[in-house]
Design a protein around this ligand. Sequence first.
Ligand code: ATP
Ligand code: MG
Length: 212
Amino acid sequence: MRKRVGIMGGTFDPIHIGHLILGESAYQQFGLDKVLFMPSGNPPHKQNREDGASNEERVEMVRRAIASNQHFELSLEEMHEQGYNYTRETLERLTTLHTDTDYYFIMGADSLLNFETWKDPQEICRLCVIVAAVRDHMPAQQLDEKIARLNVRYSADIRKLETPNLDISSHAIRTWVAEGKSCRYYVPGKVLSYISERDIYRKQKMTFGELE
Ligand code: ATP
Ligand code: MG
């Protein structure tokens, strides 16, 4: 029996219930053995962005968010000093190292929509199954058509993840924290307390405050 491992990649700035539900749904729908949560690295010049968390903080938030789920695992595969990694290279490394494993790369419809602009989409499709979830209230038919087109173009195995539209983004969370609004239930409590302890995402507000 070949192993089935999901990959939930993202910036996770911060991780929210959308990411977690996608991982859990893929685990269930495709009978995965586990799901790797893989924060993407940032080039050194992009670190500590004005309104974002540092690499270390993004990793720690993922660690806290997935701690209670036994089939979720943190992967630092894309967290390198050099910064940004390409999905194709990551998948090539993983599939070479774990020849007994099929990888299921999980993404939202927004990522699938610009998939053709990624580096080496054809190769990515050769190296994994892609699992796509609806987002931004995209009509089901539009997502189905996109999947069908890409499957033909790249001889890919792209499948739809059966999730409801999860109306949440990291961008919204960052904005709400900066505005002092509650993000409770959108982000796990242990992540929220970390954001609050480290005073992440509040820099924007302070800057505006100083200008006034
Ligand atoms: P930002 O608002 O900063 O862009 P984000 O919420 O889009 O953050 P990312 O870390 O950029 O989160 O996303 C990682 C992956 O998770 C992407 O493939 C994205 O499409 C998917 N994703 C994130 N949130 C959702 C959601 N609410 N529904 C479906 N897919 C999602
Ligand atoms: Mg995004």
